[in-house]
Ligand binder design. Sequence first.
Ligand SMILES: C[S@@+](CC[C@H](N)C(=O)[O-])C[C@H]1O[C@@H](n2cnc3c(N)ncnc32)[C@H](O)[C@@H]1O
Length: 226
Amino acid sequence: MAKNKLRRFKEMDEMSCVFQPNFEEVTTDTFKMKGNWHANYFKNNHPIIVELGCGKGEYTIGLGKKYPHQNYIGVDIKGARIWEAAHVVEEKNIQNIGFVRGRIDFVQTFFGENEIEEIWLTFSDPQPKKPNKRLSSKVFIDKYRQFLKPGGIIHLKTDSDLLFESTLEQIEDNKYQLLEKTWDLYKEMPDSLDQETKEILSIKTHYETIFSAKGFTIKYCKFKIS
Ligand SMILES: C[S@@+](CC[C@H](N)C(=O)[O-])C[C@H]1O[C@@H](n2cnc3c(N)ncnc32)[C@H](O)[C@@H]1O
C-alpha cells in the first residue's frame, strides 16, 4: 500500500468521528455502534440522517452545518474520500457529524432498528450490468428497512438516466410512496418544494459538479418505503 494511503488509514483510526467496523463485526453483527449512535457518539436524541456512498461528504457536511440540531452520518468504502471529509469535521470540531468507512452491503449491521430518520443516495454508481448492486434496488431497500424509522424518507439525486429510471420502476413495482420526482432539478425545481428544501437540493457534491459541467441534467426523487 502507498505510504500516503497507509498514513491516512492510521490517522483515521485515531479520528473520533470515523468508525471502521471490521470483517468480524459485520459478519457476526456485533458492531458496537449499532443502536448506540445517540448515546455513545452524538450524546443527544436528535434525528439521525445518513448519506450512503457519501464520497468526500459534501451532503453530510453541508446538511450538518445547516442543521446543527440534527445528526448526520456519511458512509463510504473509500478511505481516501472519508479521510478528506473527516478532516473537515475534525478541524472545525463539528459535533453532529460522523462517518462509517465500510461496505453499504453490510449497512444493516451499522444501524439499529428505527435508529435512522432519512437516507440520502447521492450520485450512487448506476451499476449498468448489476441491477441488484444499485443502492436503490430492492436488495438494498430491504436492508434499509431494518433501521429506517416507519415513514422514513429516502432521497435520491443522480445524473444517471438508467439509475433514475430503475429507481422509479422499483418504487412503482414495490408500491413505495413517491413524494417528489423531477428529471431536471435545476430547470424545474418542483413548486411543491419549500424554500428550505430547494436550498438543501442546491448543495452540490463532487460528482454532481463534474457531471453538471459535462451537461448532464440532475434528477431527484424522494420516496417512502413504509
Ligand atoms: C459516484 S461516487 C459519488 C460520491 C458522492 N456521493 C458524490 O456525489 O460526489 C459513489 C460513491 O459510492 C461509494 N460506494 C459505491 N458502492 C459502495 C458500497 N457498496 N459500499 C460503500 N461505498 C460504496 C464509492 O466508494 C463512491 O465514493
